[in-house]
Each structure stands twice: as C-alpha cells, then as structure tokens.
Design a protein around this ligand. Structure first.
Ligand SMILES: Cc1cc2nc3c(=O)[nH]c(=O)nc-3n(C[C@H](O)[C@H](O)[C@H](O)COP(=O)(O)O)c2cc1C
Length: 234
C-alpha cells in the first residue's frame, strides 16, 4: 500500500500538524504501508497559471517545468492520499491550496456526468483510491473544521476517489509534551497512531478512535485563559 502524505503546515515537522502526523504515519507503517511525506511549503513550485495547456497542447503536463512534475507522478502512484493542514482562516494553508491547484494535469479537461454532477474524468495512470484529511485547529470547537471537510469531500469526488474520513485535533497545541504534566494526552497520541493503523488495515478510521483523538482536554474557559496569558492584548 503506497501512501502519500502532504503536510501543508509552514511549520513542517515542528508544528502541531507535524505533531499528529508523526504517530499517524507510525501507525500506517506498522500496518505495513509504504509512506512518503512531502511538505507543500518546501516545494519549488509556481502557482497554477490557469492557461489550461495541461488539458490542450501538452495533455497531462504542466508547462511549468518544476518540482510538481515529480510530485504529480507520486500522487498518481499512491493508493491513499493524505492531505494534512492546520486550519488557516477557516480553510487550508495557502501552500496546500496552491499545490492542489497544480494537480489538475491528473485529470482530463472534458466534462462528464458522474453522480448526476459535471466532473472531469481522471487520467488512466492515476491509481489513487482513497483520500483522507488530517487537520489541527487553534480554536476548540469541531465546527472549525467544517469548511475543510466540505472542501475535501468535494475534492475527493472530483478526483474520483473515496473520501475515507478526517483525523481532527482541535487546540492541538495542547499535545505538546510540555503541557502533559497538567493534562495527560497519551491516550490521544495512542489513538492517532491507531487511526493510522486502521486506515491501512481496515481502509477506514473508526469513529471511536477519531472521537478519542478529538476529545476535550480541558474546559474551553481554561483554554481561553491560557491564550490570554500567551497572546495578551498585544
Ligand atoms: C494565519 C493563521 C490563521 C489561522 N486561522 C485559524 C482559524 O480560522 N481557526 C482556528 O481554529 N485556528 C486558526 N489558526 C490556528 C492554527 O490552526 C493552529 O495554530 C495550528 O495548531 C497550527 O498548526 P501548525 O503548528 O501545524 O502550523 C490560524 C493560525 C494562523 C497562523
């Protein structure tokens, strides 16, 4: 099983996204997946120019000859694509969005009707079967992930793959080992790893596993106080 993970956080492995990806990837590897992690921020790629050459003059190829050529081949070869991002202004990070804009050479330009909806057929060499979302937020409520989930479900349909669920952790900065003395989170970290294992071994992540990952750590009034202490009124 080939898994390609795109980490969209500009903070890469140092960030909260990287913090939950680490046990998640460990779980997937334990289930014998071959996992590759790419950072959208570090890629040397330009923004999509909107020229549609990849659908007309150079089918399947972007006219920008940059690192995206290699990454598109990796996406096409993956069985599972995991898109990971912190919530940024109620959506994904800019670098991940730019990255996804550059993925359209994987599709044909023509329209077809699928599920009574206009979509682009994907190219024959694309074997990606499943797409999963991994996300972290600063705020405490789960509805902060709603726009992202909506986006990922739509993207999965347009890419012609199955959306297999979302691993979500609100106020994810609480998972920092420095916080652990006051509020133990080892069950959360264990469940993140378990979710990775389940995704590979069962093709999906169990609801109870995801619920443990997203569980309350401290009351949100305390979260607000902590943030007041951290950011103040500066
Ligand atoms: C520019 C920016 C926008 C953000 N927007 C939101 C937001 O809309 N909702 C939210 O819950 N958190 C928001 N956050 C908080 C991040 O989701 C949170 O800090 C996250 O843990 C960062 O992950 P990282 O360390 O992997 O980058 C924002 C952070 C930044 C820097």
């Amino acid at each position: 099983m080939e898994v390609l993970v795109i980490n969209g956080s500009p903070r890469k492995d140092r960030g909260a996204t990287g913090g939950i990806l680490s046990p998640f990837v460990e779980g997937m590897k334990e289930a014998k997946a071959d996992v590759d992690v790419i950072y959208s921020k570090g890629l040397d790629i330009g923004d999509c120019r909107g020229c549609f050459n990849c659908w007309t003059n150079t089918p399947g190829k972007c006219i920008q000859n940059d690192e995206m050529t290699e990454v598109l081949a990796k996406i096409a070869d993956s069985d599972i694509l995991v898109l990971a991002t912190p919530v940024y202004v109620d959506g994904m990070t800019g670098s991940l969005k730019s990255f996804l804009d550059r993925s359209i050479p994987l599709l044909h330009g023509r329209f077809e009707l699928r599920d009574d909806h206009c979509r682009h057929p994907r190219r024959a060499h694309v074997k990606t079967e499943k797409l999963a979302l991994v996300s972290v937020s600063g705020f405490t409520e789960m509805d902060n992930f709603d726009s992202l989930i909506h986006h990922m479900k739509a993207l999965s349909k347009n890419l012609g793959c199955e959306f297999v669920g979302s691993l979500l952790r609100p106020y994810a900065w609480m998972l920092d080992p420095a916080q652990e003395q006051d509020a133990p989170v080892s069950d959360i970290l264990e469940s993140i790893k378990q979710a990775g294992y389940e995704l590979i071994s069962e093709g999906t992540m169990k609801e109870e596993t995801l619920a443990t990952v997203a569980r309350d750590i401290i009351p949100r009034e305390e979260v607000i106080k902590m943030m007041q202490g951290y950011f103040g009124d500066k």
